[in-house]
Design a protein around this ligand. Structure first.
Ligand code: KIV
Length: 270
């Protein structure tokens, strides 16, 4: 879909989509050029994810990325976007300390990037911070299930909440995040039956990644779904392009053309 109308997506629009049973689409973006293509194609939500730490900076985890780096990515995205709702991850270490720190980090993101909402990983343990951010009028998206900022606590990126106790905690966290005012939740890498239950239990949209089809929307990391990260092959990932190969072939062709003195030709010079 080429989008020419530019009717802005808001947190209310996402709620309406859930009511109407219309699935919500979300993809990540970290730069102007990609965000422009994705926004123009009609995506509902663009997530400036802290996955930028892996995808853009080559770190092993999401932990090293800083608040200023997230703001740099987010402001580049915001400059490109005419329609999508832009949500920015609060990076590790900018909200766990206390609620004042969480509020200050969120205000800095909103002021300096022009984004529309923030996302935070965790349940009841970060309740105070979420509530304080919400009192400043900043919409918060929750994130439960696999929470990559806690990788060193869990030691693995495997499916979460397979056991009853963890599943019950997740459901109770989802209800809690809804009750304090989160406008939506991301549910990452949990059994599809549990995700379905959460989506049916809470009234706010539940957007899944590796959480099956019975949720209110789907999110993927764009670089994964367009095939630029070929070492990353989780079961939940569907690749829509093989860009790694296509880029590599283009580069090889360019190298050959230059070496063979085929590029530039007489039409490609002044
Ligand atoms: O950082 C990110 O890209 C995310 C998505 C995987 C949901 O949090």
């Amino acid at each position: 879909m080429k989008n020419n109308t530019y009717k802005r997506i808001t947190t209310n629009s996402l709620n309406e989509m859930k009511q109407k049973n219309e699935k919500i689409t979300m993809l990540t973006s970290y730069d102007y050029t990609m965000a422009k293509i994705i926004d123009d194609s009609g995506i509902d939500v663009i997530l400036v994810g802290d996955s930028a730490s892996n995808v853009m900076a080559g770190h092993e985890t999401t932990l090293p990325i800083t608040l200023d780096q997230m703001i740099y990515h987010a402001s580049s995205v915001v400059r490109a976007v005419k329609r999508s709702l832009v949500v920015v991850d609060l990076p590790f270490g900018t909200y766990q300390g206390n609620s004042k720190e969480a509020l200050n980090s969120s205000i800095k993101i909103m002021k300096e990037s022009g984004a529309h909402a923030v996302k935070m990983e965790g349940g009841s343990e970060i309740s105070e911070s979420i509530q304080r951010i919400l009192t400043a009028g900043i919409p918060v998206m929750g994130h439960l299930g696999l929470t990559p900022q806690s990788i060193y606590k869990f030691g693995t990126y495997t499916v979460r909440a397979k056991q009853k106790e963890e599943a019950n905690k997740l459901i109770s966290d989802a209800k809690h995040l809804e009750s304090i005012g989160c406008f939506a939740l991301v549910l990452e890498k949990v059994p599809s039956t549990l995700a379905k239950k959460v989506s049916k239990t809470v009234s706010v949209p539940v957007i899944g990644i590796g959480a099956g089809k019975d949720v209110d929307g789907q999110v993927l990391v764009t670089h994964d779904m367009i095939g630029m990260t070929k070492e990353f092959n989780p079961r939940f990932l569907r690749r829509y392009l093989d860009l790694d190969n296509q880029i590599s072939n283009a580069v090889k062709n360019y190298i050959a053309d230059v070496k063979n003195q085929d590029f530039p030709n007489s039409n490609e010079q002044y």
